[in-house]
Design a protein around this ligand. Structure first.
Ligand code: ANZ
Ligand code: ZN
Length: 814
């Protein structure tokens, strides 16, 4: 008999599937649709273990859903713009495009080699003009709706990478804000930048009620948006300016004993007394180097500087010193706080350090007027608060704000941690922002019929701190679409998160050139039913794509509120040393080499068997060996002729059927729940059982053929090549992947059975599998009916029958 040789059979089937187009998703109103999206890869070079762990199990689900009768759209593409292409281009002296496309070609091959059932006819590559044209088109629609605007703002800037950095690209290292990529301390730079107004949707984005998403992702998004209800309160200064603070605790207003501004607050230079200036400036410089997390940290000792100016308390008119401190962030609320040391721990530490008064205005439980050793941040009764004394703090919040409103010194306010989305990048390899600046007409969007604004190909990509496009005369110089006069193009490109915010829609009709997508395709396929990918995208990508979809809805382009109904995240595969796989650690396991050695089916099956999909875990080379042996056993089991002859007993047949149906049930349910490891464990147990049963007469029975056929069908999503090959060898028609998924019979599948031991006069004469719920009467009947038992009894009548529930039955005769 031939041996199992994945290297021979896998490429053969990959080609056959491709040629017969069985994964092409074509609209078919007679079948329920299922749009299954998995996060598209960045073409970084090789498909790594993380890609495999995300995609191979997803592919198994896609295959399962097809067999279940769904018309499945399972597309793939490449998130092809971005910084690494530029860095690689500089390093290897090539063009970002050359590098990107070479990688795409390689990864396409690797994805095919995985046996993934993607519909390649819908491939989307975001650096193609036919794609980014629509980024530009959307940008203009956003602009027209007031959702894209330009603003001068301080950005984090890496002097080594020579680029502005997004918030998440700045990390903390030994208390310093450094570039995530190269570790250089970041500096601030003032630039004109384009923003998308995601904050306009902040409240709606907080609502996850229509989503079946992991709780942890929803929580991360909620925290990221960070909604706080409170009030803005005006503290007039002794000059003409007023400081507006944001507080969530207006009930503590009478406890305010100082005011703190963020060091970057625009009033600081204006309010600072001349003799304080030098110290204030030195402090501002120092503060900019710290990360947000660090600045807000409760552990760090508070620092700050008095700026030599005073504010007036809006209700008591008391004179309050104005300080700056880095624990107040410019980007949050109004960039100013009222210092209430008795009820805010950061203020408490600040006041303690700088000897500022601490005034209790919410009585802690049991408080007798003694000084506090820490801030009391809980609720309570208002004290030392003039006319508000005696009010519970919750009521006090409303009463104080009402009084402030009456005096024109405050109003209710909501603050979000979420910022508008800065999409400007001073980089080459991205979508040009389709804007023209005219000295006469100002900011003019590129007319839609002139899109795309092509990204020039001949350009010097060496980073300069400004977009390389800025130095390309023929790109920059243009004419104003409004007045025809000389004008200049915007030279920044878009953040690549723009690309991934709507790619799911482009898969519908990737080459359509008069609209971002085809209406009819959209009606049929949208929205995305299931999305799989890494949890690291919880806040940025997944928030942006929700935002984008809500804007599309408001534009009338889609009819739903959420882009992806169901989301599932995979975990991370670590190296054998339990560390993250990385070249520098030398613990990288390359999928290509494993495929070379064991075949794609083994790699797929091991990834699904060896780990819980949502958790991941450390790689094991012995684990993969074991899985490979299992597939070899399956091969032999199916192809080796059975030796056993004779008639099986009805019990043997029943047991075989029970195994078959129980396995169908387990595998189906596990696939629904993304529990791949237990699904494969069930298949392994089934294989073991079948191997033993093969030596008995049951291997000649019709139920045996059914069991083997079922085994192959159940294997098809996991090990698609092996299943297809064996299917063909057994003479079934092409393709196993187009067969209906087997159904289980609940009565047959019932897992809770027991083995009943049957004795005659205390000697074991038989064993039988029976439902655990069997009654004594049934047990007696079955026992007396067994062929073995009847033979032993002959014509003797039982005198007594002793029944031990769940275990045995003893028939006593003379
Ligand atoms: C006075 C006060 C008294 C406060 C009190 C709290 C307790 P969340 O819940 O995160 O929204 N705050 C406001 N703006 C700030 C900024 N830019 N940087 C740092 N802290 C800022 O926090 C809101 C509270 O954080 C606000 O309420 C303010 O302190 C502070 F007993 O105002 B509170
Ligand atoms: Zn003009």
């Amino acid at each position: 008999m031939e041996r199992y040789e994945p290297q021979a059979i896998e490429p053969k089937w990959q080609q056959r599937w491709e040629e017969s187009g069985i994964y092409r998703a074509v609209r078919d109103p007679s079948r329920p649709k299922f749009y299954f999206l998995t996060m598209f890869p960045y073409p970084s070079g090789d498909l790594h273990m993380g890609h495999w762990f995300a995609m191979a199990p997803s592919d198994a689900v896609a295959r399962y859903l097809r067999m279940k009768g769904y018309n499945v759209l399972f597309p793939i593409g490449f998130d092809a713009f971005g910084l690494p292409a530029e860095n690689a281009a500089i390093k290897h002296n090539t063009h970002p495009k050359t590098w990107t496309y070479a990688n795409i070609e390689r990864m396409r091959r690797q994805l095919r080699r995985m046996g993934a059932s993607f519909d390649w006819t819908r491939e989307v590559i975001t650096c193609e003009p036919e794609y980014y044209k629509w980024n530009q088109w959307f940008f203009i629609q956003f602009y027209k709706r007031g959702l894209a605007y330009r603003k001068r703002s301080a950005v984090d800037f890496c002097p080594t990478c020579n680029t502005t950095l997004a918030r998440e690209q700045v990390v903390s290292q030994d208390g310093e804000r450094v570039c995530e990529r190269c570790g250089t301390p970041v500096i601030k730079k003032e630039l004109e930048q384009w923003f998308l107004r995601i904050t306009a949707y902040a409240d709606e984005l907080l609502d996850h009620s229509r989503l079946d998403w992991p709780e942890r992702v929803c929580t991360m998004q909620k925290n990221w948006i960070g909604r706080s209800e409170g009030a803005e309160i005006v503290f007039p200064t002794e000059g003409e300016d007023s400081i507006v603070v944001f507080t969530t605790r207006p009930d503590t207003l009478f406890g305010a004993t100082f005011v703190v501004l963020a060091p970057e607050h625009p009033l600081v230079p204006k309010l600072t007394a001349p003799e304080r200036r030098a110290e204030v400036e030195a402090y501002i410089h120092e503060a900019q180097r710290r990360t947000e997390i660090e600045r807000l940290s409760l552990e760090r000792e508070k620092t700050g500087v008095f700026i030599g100016a005073y504010a007036r308390h809006p209700l008591t008119e008391e004179r309050l010193p104005i300080w700056i401190s880095d624990y107040v962030l410019m980007e949050y609320g109004t960039g100013a706080v009222m210092g209430v040391p008795a009820h805010d721990q950061r203020d408490f530490e600040f006041a303690t350090k700088f000897n500022l008064p601490i005034r209790v205005v919410i009585a802690p439980p049991g408080w007798q007027g003694e000084p506090l050793s820490a801030a009391y941040e809980g609720p309570g009764t208002m004290v030392n608060s003039g006319p508000f004394d005696g009010l519970p703090s919750e009521e006090g919040k409303k009463a104080v704000v009402a009084e402030l409103e009456r005096r024109g010194l405050g109003r209710p306010a909501v603050s979000y941690r979420l910022r508008d989305w800065c999409i400007s990048r001073q980089r080459y390899w991205g979508t040009p922002i389709p804007i023209i600046y005219c000295p006469k007409c100002g900011t003019v969007p590129v007319p839609e019929d002139q899109l795309p604004v092509l990204l020039p190909e001949t350009v010097n990509v060496l980073p300069t701190g400004e977009s390389p496009l800025k130095y390309l005369e023929e790109f920059v110089r243009t004419t104003c679409p409004q007045c025809g006069g000389p004008a200049e193009r915007e030279t920044d490109t878009m953040d690549t998160f723009v690309d991934s915010s709507w790619y799911q829609y482009r898969y519908l009709s990737p080459h359509k050139d008069d609209a971002p997508w085809d209406e009819e395709e959209a009606r049929y396929w949208l929205p995305v039913d299931l999305y799989t990918g890494g949890v690291e995208h919880a806040t940025m990508h997944l928030l942006y794509t929700r935002f984008w979809t809500k804007v599309l809805r408001d534009m009338g382009m889609v009819w739903f509120d959420e882009p992806m109904i169901r989301l599932r995240n995979q975990g991370v595969i670590l190296g054998e040393d339990r560390e993250k796989m990385s070249k520098s650690r030398g613990n990288v396991v390359a999928p290509d080499e494993l495929v070379e050695r064991y075949g794609a089916d083994t790699v797929r099956a091991y990834l699904m068997f060896g780990f819980r999909w949502d958790l991941g875990g450390p790689w094991s080379s012995t684990g993969i060996e074991g899985v490979h042996r299992w597939l070899n056993r399956v091969w032999n089991l199916v192809l080796e002729p059975a030796a056993a002859a004779g008639e099986p007993t009805p019990e043997q047949v029943a047991e075989l059927r029970r195994w078959t149906h129980r396995t169908i049930k387990r595998v189906s349910q596990d696939l629904e729940d993304f529990e791949f490891n237990t699904a494969i464990a069930a298949l392994m147990e089934f294989t073991n059982y079948l191997q033993e049963a093969k030596a008995t007469p049951v291997a000649g029975h019709e139920a045996w053929r059914e069991a083997i056929r079922t085994l192959l069908l159940l294997l098809a999503p996991f090990t698609p090549h092996l299943a297809e090959e064996l299917w063909e060898r057994l003479g079934y028609p092409y393709s196993i992947h187009q067969q209906p998924w087997p159904q289980w019979d609940e009565a047959l599948a019932r897992a809770d059975t027991i083995t009943l031991v049957i004795q005659i006069n205390g000697r074991v004469r038989d064993r039988v599998e029976v439902p655990a719920s069997i009654t004594e009467e049934e047990a007696r009947r079955i026992a007396l009916d067994r062929a073995n038992v009847r033979r032993h009894l002959g014509d003797r009548q039982p005198q007594r029958i002793i029944y031990v529930p769940g275990r045995l039955i003893n028939i006593v005769v003379e």
